[in-house]
Design a protein around this ligand. Structure first.
Ligand code: NAD
Ligand code: ZN
Length: 360
């Protein structure tokens, strides 16, 4: 097992990465000195595979868990679902000392984290992320929240978990498309922060695609370490944390303008990162050899790197980009790479350059 510490003063916590961790959930929670009553929030898919093990483990350690299952999918990240969860916590008489377990992908983590942040003005919560994206990204760093009709993640709180358990065995049931989509965030960490990781990914991609446990343990732990390092320096996104958005300006616009469900998040940011790499070459001197390496790694992973755009779709995409909440004062700002492993944020990019890289 690998342990990564997230350094946030008295709110610091550990991320544990390894096989066989879910059956140890109860024992791990017992070490945190929490109350007996707790709730496990999960969705239909993660619940089907893992709820029984989680509940059994908690009960064996003397906890009294109640199970709350929400429908799978982004539509569960909404305010009405937060209220439904609150009502169930109250019905089960959870108190100040009680705690929540988020058992699922990023949807469950964001929802359950926000429920924990707001019930009784905050009760402790533990993350058990079950998708690759959730293990390397959404479960780390304390962003929680739900969507509004007006846009994604518009209601939320910064609220840190007390523990994150990344059990690598959960990937056995994860659909291939979801798994590969998570790899887009993994590759991102190499590009923005760690040239050694990027080279390792180039070498070990076949093993990673086979979900080899030892490779996964090293890679997931390193990604969590990088995110923890960034969040430790800039918890609330005053500056540095923005580098995590590499590829996301265009990626979000692709997700938002192409209709719900067409692209998974990882697929959209794969296209976004390749476009950002090309913009980086033009505007920041990223060597063309690095652009080629980046594009090639996404292709080998089985992720899309290009987008077919007619005039109407291009218009929609640019409109979506300008609506993004990371745009301030009407100007689109980008994270650009100087070389693999090093990026700069807050870079203005002319619309014409974006148009060109998306066209070619
Ligand atoms: N808080 C953050 O910092 C942060 C960062 C990135 C993304 N997010 C959020 O994360 C969400 C996306 O997360 P996601 O990609 O994990 O999606 P998700 O939670 O919807 O999970 C994807 C699908 O896989 C299923 N699933 C989960 N684990 C499984 C398993 N082990 N086996 C089989 N099926 C399983 C789910 O039921 C779902 O159908 C978005 O809402 C996004 O906004 C948050
Ligand atoms: Zn992302």
């Amino acid at each position: 097992m690998r342990i990564v510490q997230v350094p946030l003063g008295h709110r610091s916590y550990a991320i544990k990465v390894g096989g066989g961790l879910l059956p140890r959930l109860g024992a791990e929670c017992a070490r945190l000195k929490l109350g007996r009553r707790c709730a496990v929030i999960t969705d239909a898919n993660a619940g089907r595979h893992f709820a029984k093990t989680a509940l059994k483990s908690l009960a064996a350690s003397g906890f009294e868990p109640v199970l709350i299952t929400v429908p799978a999918g982004e539509k569960s990240k909404r305010v009405t679902m937060v209220e439904k969860c609150h009502d169930q916590l109250a019905a089960h008489r959870l108190e100040r000392g009680s705690f929540l377990v988020a058992l699922g992908g990023g949807v469950v983590g964001d929802l359950a984290g926000f429920v924990a942040a707001t019930y009784l003005r905050g009760i402790p919560f533990v993350q058990v992320p079950t998708t690759l994206l959730a293990q390397v990204d959404s479960s780390v760093g304390g962003k929680t929240g739900v969507n509004l009709k007006a846009g994604k993640n518009l209601v939320g709180a910064f609220y840190q978990p007390r523990l994150v358990l990344c059990d690598l065995d959960v990937f056995r049931t994860l659909p291939k498309r979801e798994y590969v989509s998570g790899l887009a965030e993994v590759i991102k960490y190499g590009v923005i922060y760690d040239a050694v990781l990027f080279a390792q990914l180039e070498r070990n991609l076949p093993k990673l695609l086979q979900r080899d446990p030892a490779t996964l343990r090293d890679v997931v732990a390193r990604c969590c370490e990088i995110k923890a390092d960034v969040v430790g320096q800039d918890e609330t996104e005053g500056g540095l944390r923005a580098i995590l958005n590499f590829g996301h300006t265009i990626g979000h616009a692709i997700e938002n303008s192409s209709g719900y469900g067409k692209f998974l998040h990882g697929e959209a940011i794969a296209i976004g990162q390749v476009a950002a790499a090309k913009l980086s070459h033009e505007l920041l001197g990223l060597p063309s050899a690095d652009v080629v390496r980046i594009e090639k790694l996404f292709v080998r992973a089985g992720l899309p790197v290009k987008l077919k755009l007619n005039d109407a779709r291009r218009k929609k995409l640019f409109a979506a980009m300008k609506l993004d909440k990371k745009v301030s004062g009407g100007e689109v700002k980008f994270v650009l790479a100087e070389k693999i492993g090093r990026v700069a944020w807050g870079r203005r990019v002319p619309e014409e350059s974006i148009r060109q890289v998306l066209a070619g």
